[in-house]
Design a binder for this molecule. Structure first.
Ligand SMILES: Cc1cc2nc3c(=O)[nH]c(=O)nc-3n(C[C@H](O)[C@H](O)[C@H](O)COP(=O)(O)O)c2cc1C
Length: 395
């Protein structure tokens, strides 16, 4: 276990409750918080072909409750709030205080959806209504992660690092080539892009996969790839298991709802290839005074430490578990066979999963920057960073 964590972040809030909250502690004082950027990130999370009706209701906007004054962080815990507009339709069901007629208003869920947290959570909490479980398990929570991640991205930007993502697979449609950073930037800038894929022909196939799932009353998963560009070499550590940055990134991305596998760089394919096909040879660029690699199959990490190449992390998302053509389940109360519950739901969430992935990667990397460079105020952090850059120049 890690006893002292530089950057801490937690969230609170139910899917149909009043609001989501993100709490972040450890951000140095003096970071300018651009709320247009933060809200833009929240908007990006709401996009994507195959989303359900909820995204038409919500127009996520962040409200800062603490830790920011006159547009800058003050070195105190930051609290952010995102209102749930849908709360208006759930005020009775999700009322905080007990109320008359509470039993009728509850909107219980007793037919657990296979693949969702409903059954496991109901058993854990000894509930015969899974509502309390699913309200919190819901990936609506990723809005709070994205808000916190936006603060982390603003911090990383101070050190020349940017984090973006693109979609490399939806169902059986897969991008079969690598994407350049400029292609990923262009795909992210295009808010009209249905699935944030860098290749138009592949994106059309991906849309077909979503359409087929929609017609069948089914859902479809996929893979997003998060890339951190401009990252400094030497973050993380080889020295202790819980300091290894690859492990911390894997945990951060695996924690996103519906992610079932994480890859770094060549990932699973490396295990079935030869060493000569996997390792990245080392060169030296005298002009930049930096070691470079002609390839980046390591995904920017060796020994749990960044090597200066882009960090590349992929999240594999299973198809979501609320199906219009409901699967079979057993009722929590009667124990009788039943069709699994259906609540207004997405069909494909891979582009949104990627935005959540960016947030989690940005938070993990921001923490790694703060571990290496410290600093209570941004000028102090920057001074330490610049001294390290000089060390690399003189290496
Ligand atoms: C952005 C995003 C949106 C999601 N939307 C839905 C949804 O509408 N319906 C659903 O059943 N699951 C949805 N999920 C997945 C569930 O939240 C997730 O499967 C569930 O919490 C159980 O967790 P697990 O799949 O990680 O085991 C979504 C996931 C993400 C990342």
């Amino acid at each position: 276990m890690r006893f002292f964590v530089m950057l801490r972040f937690v969230t609170a809030g139910e899917s149909h409750g009043q609001a989501l909250i993100a709490w972040i502690s450890g951000v140095p004082a003096g970071l300018a918080v651009d709320f247009v950027f933060v809200n833009g990130e929240l908007h990006r999370r709401q996009l994507g072909y195959g989303r359900g009706g909820r995204q038409k209701i919500e127009k996520d906007q962040v409200e800062a409750l603490a830790g920011i004054r006159h547009g800058q962080t003050i070195g105190a815990p930051i609290a952010l709030r995102i209102e749930n507009r849908d709360w208006a339709n759930w005020e009775g069901a999700m009322a905080v205080e007990d109320m008359a007629g509470a039993e009728d208003a509850r909107r219980p869920l007793t037919a657990p959806r296979p693949g969702h947290a409903d059954l496991a959570g109901a058993l854990k909490l000894n509930l015969h209504d899974a509502r309390n479980v699913l309200e919190r398990a819901s990936a609506r929570e990723t809005a709070a992660r994205v808000a916190a991640g936006a603060i982390a991205k603003l911090l990383l930007r101070e050190f020349g690092c940017a984090v973006l993502s693109h979609v490399i697979a939806v169902g059986k449609a897969r991008l079969e080539r690598a994407a350049s950073w400029s292609e990923i930037e262009a795909a992210c800038a295009n808010l009209e892009s249905p699935l944030r894929c860098v290749d138009a022909a592949t994106e059309a196939q991906m849309k077909n996969e979503v359409d087929a799932a929609l017609r069948a009353g089914d859902t479809v998963g996929g893979i997003f790839e998060v890339v951190a560009h401009g990252i400094v070499a030497g973050l993380g550590s080889h020295a202790q298991w819980d300091e290894k940055l690859d492990g911390r990134l894997a945990r951060a991305v695996m924690s996103i709802q519906s992610v079932k596998a994480v890859e770094i760089g060549a990932g699973a394919a490396a295990a079935t290839s030869y060493g000569s096909e996997v390792q990245d040879e080392i060169r030296y660029d005298a002009r930049r005074k930096r070691f470079t690699r002609p390839t980046n199959r390591a995904g920017g990490l060796e020994g749990g430490i960044t090597n200066g190449e882009d960090v590349v992390v992929r999240g594999y998302q299973k198809p979501i578990s609320t199906l219009r053509r409901a699967l079979g389940t057993a009722d929590l109360v009667t124990k009788q066979p039943h069709a699994a519950a259906y609540e207004r739901s997405d069909i494909c969430v891979v582009p949104a999963g990627g935005v959540a992935g960016e947030a989690m990667v940005a938070l993990a990397l921001a923490e790694a920057y703060l571990e290496k460079f410290g600093g209570d105020s941004l000028p102090e952090t920057r001074r330490n960073f610049e001294a390290y850059q000089r060390q690399l120049d003189e290496f």
